[in-house]
Write a protein that binds this ligand. Sequence first.
Ligand code: SF4
Ligand code: SF4
Length: 367
Amino acid sequence: MVAGHPGPPAMTRHELAGWLEATAHDLGLAAAASLPAYRTTAGEQAAWQAAWGAADNAGRLPWLERTLAARLDPFAGRPWARTVLVFAFPHLWDRPANLPDLPAPAAGAPAGRISRYACGPDYHLAARPLLAELHRRLETRLARPLRHEGGADAWPVPERFLAVRAGLGQTGRNRMLQLAGGRGCRFFLGALFVDAELPAGAWPTPADSATAGAAPPPCAGCRRCLDACPTGALHDDVPLRLAACRSYLSMEYRGVLDACQQGWLGDALFGCDACTAICPPALATPGQAVDLQWLLSVPAGDLRRRLHGTALAHAGPTLLKRNAAAILAGHPGADARRLLVHAAAATGSAVVRDTIAIALAHRRPEA
Ligand code: SF4
Ligand code: SF4
């Protein structure tokens, strides 16, 4: 706890639980919790860094490593904050894919697949009204203006660690938050720091200390995600190995894809659902398939306009075209070769051109 908290708690633990439940229901949240300010220890930070290095991840996410200190100790840079509200919200997982501006392939034509959660409006944008409404309701409940800072994913805050610490669930073998109660991992997380002192509390209420020992850990007896991962990027008890992860390669890695990386990519145009679609095993709707011939020929400006407001804008035209070329590399036949040759001549991107050159060099001779 941070020393020098002002005044008594603004709500009792019991009142907070009721408020969280009512607010979460109204906003369509899956879970919400209040976590009083804390400071991480040097030991916790060293353990995280050691595990990150052991998974061969050092240097692979420069933006994450640049903000590591802030991530590992989120209250250190917010000395005004007394509490963080952390919440989980469902987004698109069980709705039909809805990216009408990205054409589907004809039957049998080469296709790339977009991860299910990205087949519609960007979840970062979906979090904004939730954060604004959560803040507004808390100010109303406490009857005073609150200094606050909120976000979801696109800021240096470790929402999953906060959620675990707040009692919303545990980190599963797929390295995502497993919501308590066996509700799986297909949720997004957001957090709202406020300068009000609130007691710790969560909705749904986590198992208390008297029963926590009886509840099995979320992954007990289960290895579905490890078995489902197509590239072996997941291992027990170490962070996800980014180098082999389709999500990382398709969305975060910005360089030329070598032959090995092209093989790992499979048909992943943007993201990979293999380790989340089976946790819990109920996801019936696959991600959207996109016509690769169209994708490689559409002008970058046109594509950028079509991506606006979706999570795919994070990748942008260059990465999507690079990924399209890498996926196409795995397609046999002269048509795929012709598409690659044409795309190499048409692109203004060295990353796309060099990825295609590697793809062409490693293709089997046409029959
Ligand atoms: S699929 Fe099984 S092992 Fe993997 S995170 Fe989910 S519960 Fe845990
Ligand atoms: S996103 Fe795909 S490649 Fe990455 S760990 Fe999960 S299943 Fe493996």
